[in-house]
Design a protein around this ligand. Structure first.
Ligand code: AMP
Ligand code: MG
Length: 484
């Protein structure tokens, strides 16, 4: 394989051997390149311009890997919808850790690359639609300014995968700052014991929280730091109306990146109870529940570290509780700051909570679109149209205008703040579906167009109009599926 700039310096496989299994790749029948992310490649010090389409397909299918790659699958466990299960990479192979010219360490991972010792009953494969969906939405999330794993390429394998019907098989190449999950700690705690947890903790600190290396209370400080990153992440999701859909502990990273784009989707009409996942019958992972679930997941994380925190289990529990109990207040404060910024408010005022709450309630009652409504009020004049021809809105608008006058910055700064935090475009479900349907028929133009619309989501250009309009049929019935 020609040199594309990969520089593998894999460290994960120096952990105790129970944490992973080294594997060789399964060759695929006839790989065909669907998409490659040259912008991402460039930022990683990679360049594929010297490869032909065929060579790229061979590379991103795993039929031939670059020098230095030592594929392995990770062992992990997790609480899925509240229940503990042994999991692991059942359909993923990590090529290794690539070190960028700037010294950033990144996991390069195949998803949909065939069975591993952790596959249980699954075929280890993936279909084109869900892999392209992850590509589109993860790139959308990245350009919205939210920490996430990225997507480097998708190839079709030339094989069919059996779901409810036969579907074209595909492999996604995912880039992540690591794949360490809360579930990795649960695996270490439940199956390997205290020393393994400690080793994993030190490894995680070195990789993601190097400032904690000298800490006297590493476990507690790690819980706090992971909590901070998760709070920031979920506040971002709330800002743009993103619903992850399957916030199991194996889908929550220690790095604080969004991971595993399964049944996720963006909300159109504002409704805090929105759920898209077809299997989330109880609304466990509903839009407004995401912070509570993050806290629940962090409790599972803290449980794995109790023995490391203190030999006296009661003391350890008290210390861990003290940290995790800070979650609601930290979240509420950051959420309020974020919502204030959506309304162009810099400073804080005692009534802000109510001003924000009243606006959200009005949007909910009116089925107002979350993204477009914030965009509409970001303009220089009062928005017009049927939705805004409303007494409650008019009263609220006046209150908001008076509140803006209490801001310590000029109105112009408020408008520019609003434009920085309220996206003009998000990967709306019907546009994503439209693009995927065309892709299934081998037409990738809609995917490419959608991606270029998503690349600058805070500019309001005319070409974005088709991506701002709502689906004619409404969105009440939109469903997403996992086990993809
Ligand atoms: P996910 O829903 O992608 O977070 O996956 C949850 C678990 O199921 C992980 O352990 C995956 O590796 C595993 N899994 C998902 N799909 C498959 C498949 N087609 N074959 C084997 N394992 C799978
Ligand atoms: Mg997962």
């Amino acid at each position: 394989m020609k040199d594309s700039g990969f520089s593998f310096r894999t460290t994960y496989t120096a952990l105790p051997k129970q944490f992973f299994t080294k594997l060789s790749m399964h060759p695929v029948a006839s790989p065909k390149l669907v998409i490659v992310n040259d912008t991402l490649a460039d930022s990683m010090g990679l360049n594929f311009s010297n490869l032909t389409e065929e060579e790229k397909a061979i590379l991103f299918s795993g039929n031939q890997l670059p020098e230095g790659s030592t594929p392995f699958a990770q062992a992990y466990a997790g609480h899925q919808f509240g229940y503990y299960t042994m999991l692991g990479d059942g359909r993923a192979h990590i090529w290794g850790e690539h070190l960028t010219p700037e010294g950033v360490r990144l996991d390069i991972q195949f998803k949909g690359s065939g069975r591993t010792p952790y596959s249980r009953g699954g075929d280890g494969k993936a279909a084109l639609g869900p892999m392209l969906r992850e590509y589109l939405i993860s790139e959308g999330i990245h350009y919205l300014g939210i920490p996430t794993t990225r997507s480097l390429a998708v190839v079709k394998t030339g094989e069919q995968v059996m779901r409810e019907v036969l579907l074209p098989g595909a492999i996604l190449t995912r880039v992540a700052s690591s794949h360490i999950r809360i579930g990795t700690f649960e695996f270490a705690f439940n199956h390997l014991g205290k020393e393994a947890v400690k080793t994993l903790m030190n490894y995680t600190i070195q990789r993601h929280y190097p400032k904690l290396m000298k800490s006297k209370d590493k476990a507690i400080d790690l819980i706090y730091s992971v909590m901070e990153r998760q709070v920031d992440l979920i506040v971002h999701w709330m800002r743009v109306g993103f619903i992850h859909g399957v916030m199991n502990t194996d889908n929550m990273t220690l790095s604080g990146e969004t991971i595993d784009y399964g049944p996720c989707a963006f909300m159109n009409a504002y409704d805090p109870s929105t759920v898209f996942s077809s299997i989330d019958h109880l609304g466990r992972y509903a839009f407004a529940n995401q912070s509570k679930i993050a806290q629940w997941n962090l409790v599972r994380f803290a449980e794995t570290l109790l023995q490391v925190i203190d030999d006296d289990v009661n003391r350890a529990v008290d210390k861990a509780k003290e940290v995790i109990n800070l979650f609601p207040e930290i979240f509420q404060n950051k959420w309020l700051t974020m919502m204030r910024s959506k309304l162009g408010l810099f400073n804080s005022h005692t009534d802000d909570d109510k001003l924000i709450g009243d606006f959200l309630n009005w949007m909910h009652r009116k089925n107002a679109d979350y993204t477009n409504t914030f965009l509409d009020i970001s303009g220089s004049s009062k928005p017009v149209g049927k939705l805004y021809n409303d007494k409650t809105f008019n009263e609220w608008y006046l209150r908001w205008q008076s509140r803006l006058e209490l801001s310590d910055k000029p109105l112009k700064s408020s408008s520019s703040l609003m434009r920085r935090v309220n996206p003009s475009v998000i990967p709306r479900n019907h546009k994503v579906e439209e693009a995927l349907e065309a892709a299934n028929g081998n037409d990738f133009k809609a995917c490419e167009d959608l991606l270029s619309a998503l690349e600058a989501p805070y500019t309001n250009r005319r070409s974005l109009r088709p991506y701002q309009t709502l689906p004619k049929s409404g969105t009440g019935v939109y469903k997403t599926f996992c086990g993809t």
